[in-house]
Design a protein around this ligand. Structure first.
Ligand code: SF4
Ligand code: SF4
Length: 400
């Protein structure tokens, strides 16, 4: 029998309903989905509106100040609707970034850090442990709060072309955390150091899904490029193993820091030649200025990125590439911006998403004195988006 939360014990109360929502990425929403499955397995029923729910759960994103503000507003609205008796459980990346805020909420019952969902057993009564709840590969019943205040994305910016693929795919989390210390990033405070799932476990999950008819897999993690370093293997071996589970398997790889892949270009080329079907790769480069990459502590060069992209591009529309750019990083000069624009024009057949630099407390860039003024960040972002709109030549993934 799981631990019984102190204030529930002996009260005779029957706590039966819960409401759950998230503004986070697929990784946090898959965690929220697993919590849904846990709550249902323990006899709670899910309600679609938080009014008078016994438990209110929110998996919050803190990637930028807009996400953080949005999460806080959503949590406050939810608590107001839920009423004084409801109990609040917070999950996701906001917990570490906004520790004091989270712990100032009077209804807070507890927090669930990424990858630490077992903790819920100390907050919710039940007899089915979290360890017996399988990791979901689809999100079916978590309310998703969209970031409404953000600029309307360009057509090809939406999920970098992955959206169509995602409608018919399973998302498998292959690792959590990373081994990097990018100077702008607060995500790592919540997600911690790299913990990879063994290849046998991942292929076991994919094989089960394949038997049920799924042939498309998105492999994700905070940094899939680092996958396996802690286990003495690597991402390419994993991709080979997943692709060999049966005919017609298609793979997408999400959030791959180029740091680990630039030195493996030859191996990637061989992998793609060996009929491994990688349909989509998401490789966030953040800038195409070597000076900015050094300031961001990304540990790769634009030359390395070019070689990496060239390999994937050589497989044409069969393999789509999606990247992220940060605009207005501290110390960014107009020359740095021009370097990135030149790159976009040269690599016009890949998907881009461009984001304004967002100052995150506790990061190295937060302490930087040479901040780009906010109006200039937005002006530069507009310029980048103008170039993207003008150069975009992409078509959707075939057959998706
Ligand atoms: S991992 Fe990043 S994008 Fe996902 S919820 Fe956390 S901060 Fe947001
Ligand atoms: S690789 Fe860099 S950006 Fe990604 S989670 Fe780690 S520190 Fe953050």
């Amino acid at each position: 029998v799981l631990a019984v939360a102190e204030s529930d014990a002996g009260t005779g109360n029957t706590l039966r309903t819960f409401y759950i929502a998230s503004n986070g990425c697929i990784r946090r929403r898959l965690e929220a989905q697993r919590v849904v499955d846990f709550m249902l397995a323990n006899g709670y029923s899910q309600v679609s509106d938080g009014r008078n729910a016994d438990y209110l759960l929110y998996f919050a994103c803190a990637a930028c100040s807009q996400d953080e503000e949005m999460a806080k507003r959503a949590i406050e609205r939810m608590v107001e609707r839920g009423g004084a008796e409801s109990k609040l459980i917070l999950g996701g990346c906001l917990i570490k970034t906004c520790h004091d805020y989270c712990h100032s909420l009077s209804q807070l019952r507890g927090v669930l850090l990424p990858g630490r969902l077992d903790e819920i057993e100390t907050m919710v009564r039940g007899t089915t442990p979290m360890s017996s709840i399988p990791r979901p590969t689809r999100v079916t019943s978590v309310q998703h709060d969209e970031p409404g205040e953000k600029a309307e994305p360009l057509k090809n910016e939406i999920d970098g072309g992955l959206q169509a693929f995602r409608r018919t795919c399973e998302t498998v989390v292959i690792c959590q955390g990373c081994l990097s210390a990018c100077s702008y990033c607060c995500i790592r405070f919540s997600t911690g150091r790299l913990e990879s799932t063994p290849i046998s476990e991942i292929t076991g999950t994919c094989r089960e899904l394949y038997k049920r008819g799924s042939k498309r897999f998105v492999l994700t993690g905070e940094d899939t490029g680092a996958y396996g370093i802690d286990l003495g293997t690597d991402l390419l071996q994993l991709v080979r193993a997943v692709s060999s589970i049966g005919p017609a398997v298609e793979i997408a790889i999400n959030s791959m820091n180029p740091r680990w892949m630039c030195s493996k270009v030859d191996k990637i080329e061989r992998l793609l030649q060996d009929t491994v079907s990688i349909r989509h790769v998401h490789i966030p480069i953040q800038s195409a200025s070597d000076r900015m990459l050094a300031a961001m502590n990304r540990k790769y060069s634009v030359g390395g990125v070019r070689r990496l992209f060239d390999v994937f591009r050589s497989f044409g529309e069969d393999c789509q590439v999606h990247t992220h750019l940060i605009v207005g990083f501290p110390g960014e000069t107009s020359q740095d911006l021009e370097d990135t624009i030149r790159f976009i024009r040269e690599y016009s057949d890949i998907h881009y998403s461009a984001f304004p630099y967002s100052d995150r407390p506790g990061t190295a860039s937060f302490e930087c004195k040479q901040k780009t003024p906010s109006p200039m960040i937005w002006e530069r972002l507009k310029k980048i988006r103008g170039v993207l709109a003008e150069t975009n030549t992409l078509s959707p993934i075939e057959g998706a």
